[in-house]
Design a protein around this ligand. Structure first.
Ligand code: ZN
Ligand code: FE
Length: 256
């Protein structure tokens, strides 16, 4: 099977829009088109014709380009049914466990509340690609604007359960500052130190630090490790409940 093509488009100050294409059928989706013009220009440059928009959540730095891109391309907009009222131009409402088709490729939808109440992620299992918006970042996670820490921990735990080779296409380039915070919690974690060095080198060379893999995140992202004994020890919360530890780490990050 031909593989899914992913074009990573940096927009605004630190957002990524992903153009995702099934080369056989030429079906093509924009994940979280924050702004229209750069997306339309990139499509032009690549010679790709947009058929879909996949929305992860309702924030303006994700859906800002929806209507203009839809008007220009006639694409179909897919988003969370639970948040239909906040996703401009939504045509197809999806929820937990649904599959969305992109030509021959299929993505499974996960409801991952926490950052917003209606946040969803799209997982292309066969292509080992996860589009997780502002739920999971490299070395971090999204702020809790509409959900509880318990919900976010559950959402992250669900994503954590996917295969380690899964590429994590998150929606922001926050990795460097996330690394600084992660090191403040877990300073002796060798995987984290290595990843922080790699990320710094990538950013200094003008390259994205995204995608990482889930295996990278398992080893180094403190928000996926709230139940790991060594992380708990480093955070001074040995033997505590994972949700409690997650809540405390998230609170420290908000004040960092
Ligand atoms: Zn957001
Ligand atoms: Fe965002």
């Amino acid at each position: 099977m031909t593989d899914l093509e992913v074009h990573q488009l940096p927009v605004l100050s630190d957002n990524y829009v992903y153009l995702v294409r099934d080369p056989r059928t030429e079906a093509c989706a924009a994940v979280d088109p924050a702004v229209a013009e750069p997306v339309l220009q990139a499509l032009d440059r690549l010679g790709w014709k947009l058929t879909h928009i996949f929305c992860t959540h309702h924030h303006s730095d994700h859906i800002g380009g929806n209507l203009e891109v839809k008007q220009a391309t006639g694409c179909t907009i897919v988003g969370a049914g639970a948040d239909a009222g906040r996703i401009p131009g939504i045509d197809v409402e999806v929820g937990n466990g649904d599959h969305v088709e992109l030509g021959d490729k299929k993505a499974r939808v996960f409801e991952v509340p926490g950052h917003t109440s209606g946040h969803v992620a799209y997982w292309f299992e066969d292509s080992q690609a996860l589009f997780c918006g502002d739920t999971l970042f490299s070395l971090g996670c999204g702020r809790l604007f509409e959900g509880s820490a318990e919900q976010m921990w559950e959402s992250l735990s669900r994503l954590r359960g996917l295969p380690g080779e899964t590429r994590v296409f998150c929606a922001h380039e926050y990795t460097n500052s996330n690394a600084d915070f992660a090191l403040s919690i877990d300073p002796d974690n060798p995987a984290l130190k290595k990843r922080a060095d790699e990320v710094l080198a990538l950013r200094e060379a003008g390259k994205p630090s995204v995608p990482s893999t889930l295996a990278d995140e398992w080893a180094a992202n403190p928000f996926l490790r709230a139940d790991a004994p060594d992380l708990q020890r480093a955070a001074g919360m040995e033997g505590r409940d994972a949700v409690e530890v997650f809540t405390e780490i998230r609170r420290r990050k908000d004040r960092f």
